[in-house]
Design a binder for this molecule. Structure first.
Ligand SMILES: [Zn+2]
Length: 348
């Protein structure tokens, strides 16, 4: 398993690097061929491996990382004192290794394994594939990293918006009053946008980037900001989305355009409850975590398909130089996923 992890990590696979993704996918094909024989179908940057049959268990992995090509030079794959380090080890190449090992331990029954290459950028091209495979599945197991050892039973939904304010340009010295200052209007809107957060419901609304204007002596004709939104429930998603769409400028001659929207809906606890109970019944009371970050499990849960997330690597430091995986946990976690899969397949 360590050797497989090394092969995967050394095939750098930044979400926006098609060649790197292809090399990494080739490594995955090599690993899967061993356990699933034939039966691959490439789908763009993504890979689907399956053992045919009705209502399979769908295992979900992504092999893209947040690390640009060349990262490996200063942050190489290393194993020391039971810890593996390197770009993408924890999120989520160790999960891929554990997934393949789990399948090896499931001798029969329909399984589909989907490996996607664009999760870290919101899954723009894999989403239809994920949803299509999930619709026919009896359950979805997501091999994203664990929270400490806990599995993820709820994930916040996420949305990203861009707010553009248009005003009127004017000379800041000669005729400032003839202008409509888009930056000032944006500042007002930013306050209103911040008020959409609801700490009690766990809904966050965060302005993350902003800009505007064309020159230091010109009243800005335009200004913009981006907004990151996260929420636990569909209800909150709808409330914030509606309010964003209704943003209007009270200043005559000034206009507001809002683009973007919800990306992944929330993974609510009801989607994962039954699967977690099965895990506990199998002797794995690993604990439940509710986390702010979304994953592709959010898509499948939104379709009403039972989904359990965070079944992958144990370690830490996702998206950071501290990224690492605990080697001793890899085999037991793989066995846990195998036993849960066999249990699910035993249902009629
Ligand atoms: Zn991930």
């Amino acid at each position: 398993m360590i050797e497989a992890l090394r092969l995967l990590v050394e095939a750098e696979s930044f979400s926006s690097d098609p060649e790197g993704l292809e090399r990494c996918a080739a490594v995955i094909d090599g690993l899967c061929r061993e356990v699933l024989g034939t039966g691959t179908s490439a789908a763009g940057a993504h890979r689907v491996w399956r053992r045919e049959g009705d209502r399979p268990v769908l295992l979900l992995c992504h092999f893209d990382t947040v690390w640009p090509p060349g990262t490996l030079a200063g942050f190489p794959f290393e194993v020391e004192d039971g810890v593996a380090r390197g770009p993408g080890t924890f999120d989520m190449k160790a999960g891929i290794v554990q997934c393949v090992e789990a399948i090896r331990q499931v001798p029969e029954g329909p399984v589909t394994v989907l490996f996607t290459g664009d999760e870290e950028i919101g899954s723009p091209t894999s989403r239809p594939l994920i949803e299509q495979e999930a619709r026919g599945a009896r359950a979805v197991l997501v091999l994203e990293p664990a929270a400490a050892r806990r599995v993820k039973v709820a994930r916040k939904g996420t949305g990203t918006y861009r707010v553009e304010v248009t005003g009127r340009a004017a000379h800041a010295g000669l005729a400032p009053d003839e202008g409509i200052n888009a930056a000032v209007e944006l500042a007002r809107q930013i306050e209103a946008i911040g008020d959409l957060a609801d700490p009690r419901a766990g809904t966050t609304v965060t302005v993350t980037m902003l800009g505007g204007g064309t020159a230091a002596n010109v009243v800005p004709e335009s200004a913009w900001c981006t907004v990151d939104v996260r929420m636990w429930s569909e209800e909150e998603a709808g409330r914030v989305d509606g309010a964003m769409a209704r943003l209007r400028s009270p200043v005559e001659g000034s206009e507001i355009r809002v683009t973007g929207g919800l990306n992944r809906g929330p993974l609510e606890r009801e989607a994962s409850e039954g699967l977690y109970r099965r895990l506990v019944a199998l002797g794995y009371d690993v604990g439940e975590a509710e986390v702010g970050g979304a994953s592709d499990g959010n898509f499948t849960a939104a379709l009403g398909v039972p989904t359990l997330d965070g079944l992958g690597a144990v370690g830490g430091g996702a998206h950071a130089r501290a990224e690492h995986v605990l080697i001793d946990e890899m085999a037991p976690r793989a066995e846990m996923v195998a036993r849960l899969t066999v249990d699910l397949l035993s249902d009629a």
